[in-house]
Design a protein around this ligand. Structure first.
Ligand SMILES: [Fe+2]
Length: 312
């Protein structure tokens, strides 16, 4: 596979100075944008007259994709809705790093398109790392074919702790009530059993949840494969279950993923990662099937505000 740089900006034949002309331009160029996205995995739109969550909502709406609502999703991140389809990317504190992942790959349903809008860039850090998982798959296959065979054969299972009530100290602090869309423990158990997950209640009414096995590799439309999962984010960033010492991610047959394997995956991913430094008003469209993203810690007085909209 020839490696393509990503974040190509789609060429514009006219100046887009109003929201309406931008929406029309998206409508007229949707096929071109989609084909470039297939090729590059992520696309930058800069200099558009998009300034608020409402403008961003209208920009995303111009693509006419189906909205993937945060409320109904099994996302484990705490986010705040700004409009029906736009919410904050993650309310985790600024010193927390969110490691590379495919959005909601640890759940049965996940979005295809991720739209990020930088309303306000941070002063220092806060970049969004982007890594092509089709390239990562290829490199892993060369480096450790047995590891890839184990992922292909078994898939992966995830163990996570859901607190009772949102917890803002981590990147995965969404409560079990909100994550599962339930009010009581009984309803939670019904939902989990419908999902085919196993669980146990732990201290402080928190919930330790283990998913059923999910595929760790995804076949893409062009026939290439993508290392589509949350292996890096879960093993490097998620809280470990201190009561029973369960790893946040394992092979689907219950075997541990060796630390040395995580190391290999992490190093190869690093070598393929591009750090996107944000500028105010940038929009980045990411193909979630092909490209992983994360968030670097940030600092400085200026508040970083990156909004997101997910569609299928
Ligand atoms: Fe994410």
């Amino acid at each position: 596979m020839t490696k393509k740089a990503f974040l190509q900006e789609v060429e514009r034949d006219k100046d887009l100075t109003t929201l309406v002309s931008t929406q029309n331009w998206v409508g007229e160029n949707k096929i071109l944008i989609e084909s470039q996205l297939e090729e590059y995995g992520a696309i930058l739109f800069s200099g558009l007259p998009i300034e608020s969550a409402e403008d961003f909502d209208l920009f995303v709406s111009a693509f006419q994709y189906d909205t993937f609502t945060y409320e109904e999703s099994l996302s484990n991140a705490v986010r705040i809705n700004k409009t029906d389809k736009v919410f904050t990317a993650n309310e985790a504190p600024k010193e927390i790093e969110i490691f590379l992942h495919h959005e909601m790959a640890q759940t049965p349903i996940y979005p295809k398109y991720l739209f990020f809008f930088c309303k306000s860039a941070s002063l220092y850090g806060g970049e969004t790392p982007l890594c092509r998982s089709d390239y990562l798959f290829e490199e892993l296959l060369k480096a450790d074919p047995d590891l890839i065979a184990r992922f292909e054969k078994n898939g992966v299972i995830y163990n996570s702790i859901m607190s009772s009530g949102d917890e803002l100290v981590s990147g995965q602090g969404r409560s079990w009530q909100k994550t599962l869309g339930v009010k009581s423990k009984t309803e939670a158990e019904i939902r989990l059993s419908d999902l085919g997950y196993s669980w146990n209640w732990i201290e402080g009414d928190s919930l330790s949840v283990t998913t059923k096995p999910f595929a760790a590799i995804k076949e893409l439309k062009d026939g290439n494969k993508s290392f589509f999962n949350q292996v890096l984010a879960a093993s490097l960033g998620w809280k470990k279950n201190s009561e029973n010492d369960l790893s946040p991610v394992k092979f689907g047959n219950g075997e541990e993923i060796p630390k040395s394997s995580i190391q290999i995956i992490s190093e190869l991913a690093q070598s393929l990662t591009l750090l996107r430094e944000w500028e105010d008003n940038d929009i980045v469209l990411i193909d979630n099937y092909r490209v992983m993203h994360g968030r670097k810690p940030y600092s400085g007085k200026k508040n970083r505000e990156v909004l997101v909209s997910l569609t299928t």
